[in-house]
Ligand binder design. Structure first.
Ligand SMILES: [Zn+2]
Ligand SMILES: [Zn+2]
Length: 139
């Protein structure tokens, strides 16, 4: 919330409703699921505002788009946002956990990309697997 205020953008109710819906979920939500969640908790919003809010919140790193499941998650980092992050995605329960990528790993990826002439801006990594809780449940 502080980052939204500090960004100088107006804290509109649509942005707050979208952010709240995502914070309540540990799993990535599609735009349609965000819409349903806001509606379900009695909020007034339309799909256009959902898309617009998601795009603004994502540009501020307050929410992240997780490409492999095409969903959005609220950022759980506090303070200054790390340059590059990874999401650990559980195939069993769908929970996404955000991790900061160690700088060495980040540098290695950026240096490798550079050998092809590619100029990296952000590195986003998605790791698929099974979370601790699901591993314990399975055993
Ligand atoms: Zn984040
Ligand atoms: Zn799991």
């Amino acid at each position: 919330m502080d980052r939204l205020r500090r960004s100088g953008l107006r804290v509109t109710s649509a942005r707050l409703l979208v952010l709240r819906a995502l914070r309540e979920s540990e799993k990535p939500l599609s735009a349609a699921q965000v819409y349903a969640s806001v509606k379900g908790s009695g909020g007034h919003i339309d799909m256009v505002s959902v898309y617009r809010s998601l795009s603004i919140l994502a540009s501020l790193d307050l929410v992240h788009h997780v490409g492999s499941v095409d969903g959005f998650v609220a950022c759980r980092m506090s303070g200054e946002h790390p340059e590059s992050i990874a999401h650990l995605l559980c195939n069993a329960c769908g929970v996404a956990e955000e991790r900061e990528i160690p700088l060495d790993v980040l540098r290695a990826i950026v240096v490798d990309a550079k050998t092809t002439g590619f100029g990296s801006e952000t590195v986003r990594i998605e790791v698929m697997g099974t979370c601790r809780a699901c591993q314990l449940n399975a055993s």
